[in-house]
Write a new protein. Structure first.
Length: 437
C-alpha cells in the first residue's frame, strides 16, 4: 500500500502525530497497542491504515475482527475502509437485522475484516458463519464505550473464541483504570494523547435564556447561525422529540436522534444530517460517540453535560482534524457553566435583528434502483448529470443500497431533478426519482 497515495485519495495531506505514531507501531512492530485520544482526532484512520498494511491481501480467510459498540460505527467504519481503496474485503455485522441476510453477504464477500458488535459477532461464530481460527488481529474501537454499555460478558466470550490472536489494538477517547483480563494484553504500548481534553480550535460561548424553557433562546441562536451544521444535545429522549418537533414547526431542517428510535429512523436521521439535507441534529448523548460525521460547525448544549467525559465527547463532534468549531451553553436563570469546563466562555453577542430560519443547502432524492441492478455511485452521479442536467458540484453524498439509492442534490435544484429525471433510465432501466421528506 502506498500511504501517500492512499491519503491523497481521501483528501488528507498527512497524518497527525498520534496517527503517525500509531501507524508506525502497528505496521512496524509486533506489539499490542492502546490509543487514548479525544473524540474527533482521527483514531479510525490511526488503526485502519496500518491494519490494511499488515493484512495478507491474497488470503480468503478472516484475518481481523473490529469490535464496535453500535451499528452506526460498524457501518461507518466499513465505509471508511472502502474509501481507502486498499482492496481489503469487509463486512459489517450488527443487531437489528436478520443474521441470515448477513450470512449470505459473508458467503459472497469472503471478508478479510469484519466490523461488528460483540453479540452479533458471537452469534455468527456460534453458527459457523464466521471462522475464528484464522483471526490474528482484534481491534476494539471505542473500548471505553463498549465497557460502559455492559458488553463485558459478550466481549469476554468473543476473545475466548479467538484462540489464534497474535495482536490486540484498543482505541478509546478516555483512559481506563484497568484493562480487563479477558483482552489478554500483556505488554502493550500505550499512546496517551488525552491531555487537554477539548481542542483549542473550539470557541466556547454562553447564551442566556430569559425563560426556564430554553426553546426561544435556541430558536434565536439557530437563526443567527444560519444554515451551518449544528448538533443540539439534550439529556432525555422525550426532550429530543419535543425540541425537534418545535424546530421543525418553525421551519428549520431537523433530524431527531436517540436510542428509542427504530433502526431505520436512526439511520435516516444520521444520513440526512451527514449529507446536509438537515443541518440540525437534535440528540441525546448517543450522538456524541461512535459517529463519524464530518464538518459539524456548532455544538449546542441545550441541557448541560452531566460529566466531564460527556462534555468532551459532545465537543469532540466539532473541530475534527484541522477544522474549527464553536460550543454554546444555553443557560437559564440559576444555571452556570459546569466547573469541569476549562477556558473562557464569554457571552455570545446576538445581533439586534434576528433573521428567519435558514433552509439547509441540500435535499435528498430517492432513486428506485440499487446494487441488485448493478448500479454504482458513479452511475447515480452520471444519471443526475445527464438526465437532470446537474453539474458534479451540485451533487453531494450518494449512497447505494441493495434495491435503491439516495443522493444529495442542491436544494435549489430539487424541482429540476424531479421534473427531468423521474421516469428516465439509469443504465438502461427506467426508474423512479422522488424527494425524501
Amino acid at each position: 500500500m502506498d500511504l501517500k497515495q492512499t491519503l491523497a485519495g481521501i483528501g488528507v495531506e498527512r497524518l497527525s502525530g498520534m496517527q503517525s505514531e500509531a501507524y508506525n507501531l502497528i505496521a512496524g512492530t509486533d506489539k499490542d497497542v492502546v490509543v487514548i485520544s479525544p473524540t474527533g482526532t482521527g483514531k479510525t484512520l490511526a488503526y485502519m491504515l496500518p491494519l490494511a498494511e499488515i493484512l495478507d491481501p491474497a488470503a480468503d480467510s478472516l484475518q481481523a475482527v473490529v469490535v464496535v459498540p453500535g451499528r452506526e460505527l460498524a457501518m461507518q467504519s466499513a465505509a471508511v475502509m472502502a474509501s481507502l481503496r486498499t482492496g481489503v474485503r469487509t463486512v459489517c455485522c450488527y443487531g437489528g437485522r436478520p443474521a441470515m441476510d448477513e450470512h449470505r453477504i459473508i458467503k459472497d464477500v469472503r471478508p478479510q475484516v469484519v466490523f461488528g458488535t460483540p453479540g452479533r459477532l458471537n452469534d455468527h461464530i456460534a453458527k459457523g458463519n464466521l471462522s475464528p481460527y484464522s483471526v490474528r488481529v482484534a481491534i476494539v474501537d471505542e473500548f471505553d464505550k463498549c465497557m460502559e454499555m455492559g458488553f463485558q460478558n459478550e466481549m469476554s466470550k468473543l476473545f475466548k473464541s479467538l484462540a489464534g490472536l497474535r495482536r490486540r489494538f484498543l482505541l478509546s477517547a478516555t483512559d481506563m483504570e484497568q484493562i480487563p483480563g479477558f483482552v489478554n494484553i500483556r505488554s502493550a504500548v500505550k499512546l496517551d494523547y488525552s491531555a487537554g481534553g477539548v481542542s483549542s480550535r473550539v470557541s466556547q460561548y454562553v447564551v442566556r435564556s430569559e425563560l426556564k424553557d430554553k426553546l426561544q433562546a435556541l430558536d434565536r441562536l439557530l437563526c443567527v447561525l444560519g444554515g451551518r451544521s449544528s448538533m443540539v444535545f439534550l439529556n432525555y429522549r422525550d426532550s429530543v422529540e419535543r425540541v425537534a418537533a418545535y424546530l421543525s414547526g418553525r421551519g428549520f431542517c431537523v433530524s431527531a436522534y436517540h436510542g428509542g428510535l427504530e433502526q431505520d429512523a436512526r439511520e435516516m436521521a444520521l444520513f440526512k444530517f451527514a449529507n446536509g439535507t438537515n443541518n440540525i441534529l437534535v440528540s441525546t448523548d448517543l450522538a456524541s460517540r461512535g459517529l463519524d460525521i464530518q464538518a459539524v460547525d456548532n455544538i449546542i448544549h441545550y441541557h448541560l453535560p452531566q460529566t466531564a467525559e460527556a462534555y468532551i465527547h459532545r465537543v469532540g463532534r466539532t473541530a475534527r482534524w484541522a477544522s474549527f468549531g464553536s460550543s454554546f451553553f444555553i443557560l437559564s436563570s440559576g444555571e452556570e457553566v459546569p466547573e469541569f469546563v476549562s477556558g473562557e466562555c464569554p457571552e455570545y453577542a446576538m445581533p439586534g435583528e434576528i433573521p428567519p430560519p435558514a433552509l439547509s443547502r441540500m435535499a435528498t432524492v430517492y432513486i428506485g434502483k440499487g446494487k441488485k441492478d448493478k448500479i454504482s455511485k458513479g452511475d447515480v452521479v452520471g444519471f443526475l448529470c445527464k438526465k437532470a442536467g446537474l453539474g458534479r458540484e451540485e451533487i453531494g453524498r450518494v449512497d447505494v443500497m441493495e434495491r435503491y439509492a439516495y443522493a444529495a442534490v442542491l436544494r435549489s435544484k430539487l424541482p429540476q431533478v424531479l421534473e427531468k429525471a423521474d421516469g428516465e433510465k439509469i443504465k438502461g432501466i427506467r426508474t423512479i426519482v422522488a424527494p425524501i421528506k
